[in-house]
Design a protein around this ligand. Sequence first.
Ligand SMILES: [Zn+2]
Length: 365
Amino acid sequence: MEIFSVLKDIVDRPGVTGFEDQRRERVVEYFSKFCDTVSVDVIGNVIGTLGSGERSVMLAGHYDQIGFMVKYVDEKGFAYFSPVGGWDPRVIYGARVKIWTGNDPDSYVVGTIGARPAHLVEREERTKAVKFEELHVDFGAKSREEAEGWGVRPGCVMTIDSPVSRLGKAQGDSDLAVGAGFDDACAVASFIKALEVLAEDPPEKLKLYMVATVQEEIGLRGAQVSGFNIAPWCAIASDVTHAVAPGVKPSRVGDVKLGEGPAIAVGANFTRALWELMEEVAKREGIPYQIEPVPAGSGTDAWALQVLRGGTITGLISVPNRYMHSPNEVISLRDLENVARLIAATVRELEKSDLRHTREVFRRR
Ligand SMILES: [Zn+2]
């Protein structure tokens, strides 16, 4: 399968936290091609299993995306909204949006986050950032009644209308892709590629749980639920991480670069023996990789999974991402392929591993 088409197929569907249904449908279809079983739990996590061993390895990548929720529609038919997840209002001022009125791909209303013409903004005002409460969506309705007739009402979620495409020359084959909501459905595209490889020779000494999680963006909630139910021996999260870009210095985010391979995270949120194992595997298999220093919490599903129940062997593989949480994030397709390769090779290596949660270090005779 071509990773760009899988990526586009998933990411171009809406998956605002708590409203992941349209993406879920596609993830289930893809997982069903390669897994032994696929289930959806009460909160909406998609869990695909492969293999028959006793020990369980869980991969977690979230497929919810940040978005917005309509809070109020005024009598003139303009909508006011709040962010779902972490947004900087400056990046959405003047953006085109889709207001979702139902669960079908066609159930939306096109709107724009109305920007005031520059001519009408005082010079001093232009130096100040806009606030969410000052923003409105114009979606063409003339009244609240008309908006209601179209299905737009408080509680509808909105996404930025910015379909996935390749960066660079028109009709070119750039390695870089641009779009809204790569965080973190792009990791799920890597999972699908990894499953394709692993399904050719399913693991016998362990059972793989490939989990596309929900509600990461508002507090890692899908990982908590699925992790508790699976109780994995080892859990690896995959998410996006900041890549250096103009204004984003390596001294702040680590020297993670686009196109130079998956980032293996190092720090208290992870198990040293596991990140060392992943490094060894990457070196042996010739998979390019980078090290991401994470001094405290990673803010990813790995944070929840590590301390679930009695604690879990935990790791994090990240996809370098520029302009995270903006209408146009940029990632490298080669990085996605290499994340898939690293996941598949790590699962094979874990089959041979004797890593333990608890080792007896003393016994009185
Ligand atoms: Zn995010």
